[in-house]
Ligand binder design. Structure first.
Ligand code: FAD
Length: 461
């Protein structure tokens, strides 16, 4: 319970209208997009400027109240589930201003609650390009993207969110503003704290302003869909495109189970009889696009694609990508519970990983639809189940363990982009080492001695 007097202090800091105390209001922030038990926060606070944000953090620390910062709550790893010890949720939707778009020096400065797609659209209006495009971009926030180091459909060629963070300032646990990086292309002033903050999941500080790199957009692009009657041929095609040293901006995979659900939901005209499809886009100078598309088409037919459809206009291209972006919501309609995993392997191991996921589905008698950023080695096996069925959910947990074991045995990683949060912290030592856990814990304790910055995330303790 947060005392009435402390609630009043929060109200004095951000205004009574920005402190939410009722049960239904608080419950709305008890869960996120991961399949985990919800925890209702003791209080929800919505600062609307930097000064208020700093005051709220200092108040939390002085009163030993655990903080969980929440952007859109779309993370898939339990990163915004509040702490059980009277956790306080800080919303960033009142910190949603684009402060600057500098067309000359190619950067922008934003508050953390800016919605990713809205930012990308504003940038595009100035003839510039912000490449990171998580599937959730219509609602996810830049703060959440940095804190998870979100990837997206263009990660293969353009990299992930951290590659666009030139600098940021963030509040430490005492509510003091820490600055790192700059508006310059190069900056080696001090430790690379921006790098440390990427994927820190709210456990080391709270972002206040973020400086993002912009680039000129590609002059041309070409998108295509390749159809396969054998899932292994599709995964081998991925490996062969990478081996041909072409870097498409996007190289996505969808197996038949995913295809059926996506087509039923989007009516995009996907070939539901196919064993798998690849969605591919190359971009750049028109000459380069033509050359690279030719190499890709050659790789596809050599790998055994039964058809390759090239999008003939922007509308067709949009339809293909909308279908892909809707993969998760489409699969999520099938059953009450959707467990989406994020295991990632070196790209040459995609065929082995896809085969292993199919074996695991059979072994545990589970419906698994797989899609993902195959060009990054980042697959999203999505288990469709019903959490209320205890026996089935036990099999789901075993299947997930198995998926991670295979990914690690293929020299992969637990998470390519969705973060560790609460959902995967138990596997951290398996991928890293005890020394890594201790090193990280020592750092966390030095930065946050009361353990109030999103406790229980990444490293359980
Ligand atoms: C349909 C769907 C598709 C998705 N597609 C992708 C994808 O393609 N690629 C991908 O990488 N992810 C994807 N995700 C996962 C998710 O959208 C990303 O992790 C995203 O970055 C989360 O942003 P958010 O604003 O929702 O953050 P939240 O979920 O609200 O928060 C995420 C983490 O960031 C922390 N945080 C938020 N704001 C701050 C701040 N100001 N300071 C410090 N910490 C902060 C939170 O405490 C939490 O730990 C998808 C999710 C869904 C539901």
């Amino acid at each position: 319970m947060i005392s009435a007097s402390l609630t009043k202090e929060f109200e004095a800091a951000v205004g009574k209208e920005n402190v939410f105390t009722s049960e239904p209001e608080r419950q709305a922030y008890s869960y996120d997009s991961a399949v985990l038990e919800p925890v209702t926060p003791a209080l929800v606070v919505r600062p609307t400027n930097s000064e208020e944000l700093g005051k709220v953090i200092a108040l939390c620390n002085e009163n030993n109240c655990p903080i969980t910062v929440r952007g859109a709550g779309t993370n898939l790893s339990g990163g915004t589930i509040p702490d059980k010890r009277d956790g306080i949720v800080i919303l960033t939707n009142g910190l949603n201003k684009i402060l600057e778009i500098n067309e000359e020096d190619l950067y922008a400065v934003v508050q953390p609650g800016v919605v990713t797609a809205q930012f990308a659209q504003e940038v595009a209006k100035r003839g510039l390009f912000y490449p990171p495009d998580p599937g959730s971009q219509a609602v996810s926030t830049i703060g959440g993207n940095v804190a998870e180091n979100a990837g997206g459909l263009r990660g293969l060629k353009y990299g992930v969110t951290k590659d666009y963070v030139m600098g940021l300032d963030f509040f430490d646990v005492n509510g003091q503003l820490v600055k790192t990086g700059s508006r310059t292309v190069k900056c080696v002033t001090g430790y690379n704290l921006a790098g440390l903050m990427a994927a820190s999941e709210g456990t080391l500080g709270v972002f206040n302003e973020i400086i993002l790199k912009l680039t000129p957009p590609p002059a041309a692009s070409k998108a295509m869909m390749a159809v396969f009657d054998d899932v292994n041929k599709a995964s081998e095609a991925v490996a062969s495109i990478i081996a041909a040293h072409v870097v498409p901006c996007t190289l996505e995979f969808m197996d038949q189970a995913a295809l059926k659900h996506v087509e039923a939901y989007t009516k995009a005209g996907l070939p539901v009889e196919a064993a798998a499809i690849l969605l591919i886009e190359v971009d750049g100078h028109p000459g380069q696009v033509a050359d690279e598309a030719a190499v890709v088409e050659k790789c596809l037919s050599k790998a055994g694609a039964t058809a390759v459809h090239v999008a003939k206009d922007a509308e067709e291209k949009f339809k293909l990508w909308e279908a892909r972006r809707n993969a998760l919501p489409a699969l999520a309609r099938a059953k009450p519970t959707t467990v989406l995993e994020d295991a990632t392997v070196p790209r040459s191991q995609i065929p082995a990983m896809v085969a292993a996921i199919n074996d695991i589905a059979k072994k545990y008698d589970l419906a698994i639809g797989t899609f993902g950023h195959a060009g990054d080695g980042n697959l999203h096996p999505t288990i469709l189940c019903d959490r209320r069925d205890e026996k089935e959910f036990h099999r789901v947990e075993e299947a997930v363990d198995n998926i991670f074991d295979v990914a690690l045995s293929l020299k992969g990683t637990l998470s390519g982009e969705h973060g560790i949060g609460m959902a995967k912290s138990k596997w951290m030592e398996k991928e890293t080492s005890r020394a890594t856990i201790d090193y990280s814990l020592n750092m966390k304790r030095a930065i946050d001695p009361n353990n109030i910055l999103n406790p229980g995330k990444i490293i359980a303790g």
